[in-house]
Ligand binder design. Structure first.
Ligand code: BGC
Length: 405
């Protein structure tokens, strides 16, 4: 434990300055952490960070030769979104002097559980976990909690358990609402415009929140005839309901889910366009749930000769999708600044390891409890603001893109 306290001095100070660098609103929370960390200082020369240590299998990065303080578990390496988070964690945890390890679950709840067990056996005090499956992850975090480990749900809420201490998230309702609003603002004029709905995986609580946000703005435009739902009989059956129950949402998501998989998104989009008649083609709008699936869906709609134009949303500001936006192949993306989310999580870990209560600003009901949460705003990115939102903010380098003005 002594070793940890030395790291905390560094961690609190460095995370604080990193957050100032990010320009987010968490600065004051971290100033508090710095103060508290200093109060607790016990210097022990045994503290060390070995940046060279790493393993090849599930483990992706490790920075400890004798025990790990903070374990991070992310869902998959196969989506660029989570590689952005990995990069931020490695930087922030390393800079902060934490011994840490980032593991990937590769789409499997079983691997996720094994990863958590591995981290428990390595002596972690804080687990930061983005669940593969919201309810299946409960068993894994309960095992961590039983060992006195503080559990921070990262980006995705873990449901049906008391074992989640904190939740660090983007404002996911606003993500969906921004996508829906973009379709409304950029739809062709007139009424009867075909609307294709797609969602994330039903095992991801966020998929429901995104859809709820989108439905909150789209439903009135469906009810008044501006949009005609083209690809979900369940959504059509519920189109007069402004607020849906979880079961009603589940019935719609059951039809329109992409499983967050671009291959599923592609084959569903193909099947939908094959099934509809010419009246549901022409100028269309498409709720694309995230960037990977949006690119697949866009490619399918772009090659259908009866689709004259399409507007399609996304989220995550993945490099490939930012290029699609620049090229006019994807209409928008939602930038979720992983620098802020990772920094908030690391700041929380600092507070926890100092025996302080982390700063939170909201709560999310996970079915068992209201989980104290820290929420981060999102930014809509279109051709008009790619440069200011993503390049000038230092998130990406202009050299990653072509055709950028
Ligand atoms: C995240 C999205 C991501 C999706 C698929 C969601 O939980 O919030 O950013 O695109 O999972 O991985």
């Amino acid at each position: 434990m002594k070793k940890k306290l030395l790291s905390l001095v560094l961690a609190a100070t460095m995370v604080s300055s990193l957050l100032v660098g990010c320009g987010n609103d968490s600065t004051s929370a971290n100033s508090n952490s710095t103060q508290n960390a200093s109060d607790d200082v016990v210097v022990d020369d045994s503290a060390s960070v070995d940046d060279s240590a790493s393993t090849d299998n599930a483990a992706d990065s490790s920075s400890s030769s004798d025990g790990i303080q903070v374990g991070v578990v992310l869902p998959t390496k196969d989506e660029p979104r989570w590689l952005q988070d990995q990069a931020q964690f490695e930087k922030l945890l390393g800079d902060a002097g934490f011994t840490s390890q980032v593991l990937f679950s590769q789409g499997s709840s079983a691997t996720e559980k094994t990863n958590v067990e591995t981290l428990i056996s390595q002596g972690i005090d804080v687990l930061i976990i983005c669940a593969q499956d919201a309810s299946a992850a409960a068993a894994a975090v309960e095992a961590a909690k039983a060992e006195g480990i503080t559990v921070i749900a990262y980006d995705r809420l873990i449901t049906g358990t008391d074992a989640v201490d904190y939740y660090v998230t983007f404002d996911s309702f606003s993500v969906g609402a921004a996508q829906g609003q973009y379709l409304i603002d950029n739809a062709p004029s007139g009424s009867g415009i075909p609307l294709y709905l797609y969602s994330g995986a039903v095992t991801d609580n966020n998929a429901f929140i995104f859809f709820e946000g989108a439905w909150s703005v789209l439903q009135p435009k469906i009810a008044d005839g501006t949009f005609v739902i083209a690809n979900s009989s369940e959504a059509v059956a519920l189109q007069d309901k402004a607020e849906l129950t979880r079961d009603e949402e589940a019935s719609i998501l059951g039809q329109i889910t992409t499983d967050w998989d671009f291959n599923v998104a592609k084959s569903k989009a193909e099947a939908h366009l094959t099934a509809v008649g010419a009246e549901l083609k022409g100028d269309v709008v498409v709720l694309g749930p995230n960037d990977g699936t949006a690119r697949s869906i866009a490619d399918v709609f772009a090659t259908d000769k009866d689709v004259t134009s399409y507007v399609v949303t996304g989220q995550d500001a993945e490099i490939a999708s930012v290029q699609y936006v620049i090229d006019g192949k994807q209409s928008m993306t939602v930038f979720k600044d992983t620098r802020t989310l990772a920094a908030d999580s690391v700041a929380m870990a600092v507070s926890v390891l100092n025996g302080e209560t982390p700063t939170t600003d909201s709560t999310y009901d996970n079915g068992n409890k209201d989980v104290a949460s820290k929420q981060t705003d999102i930014v809509v990115v279109t051709q008009d603001n790619v440069k200011s939102a993503l390049i000038d903010s230092g998130y990406y380098d202009a050299s990653e893109f072509t055709g950028l003005e």
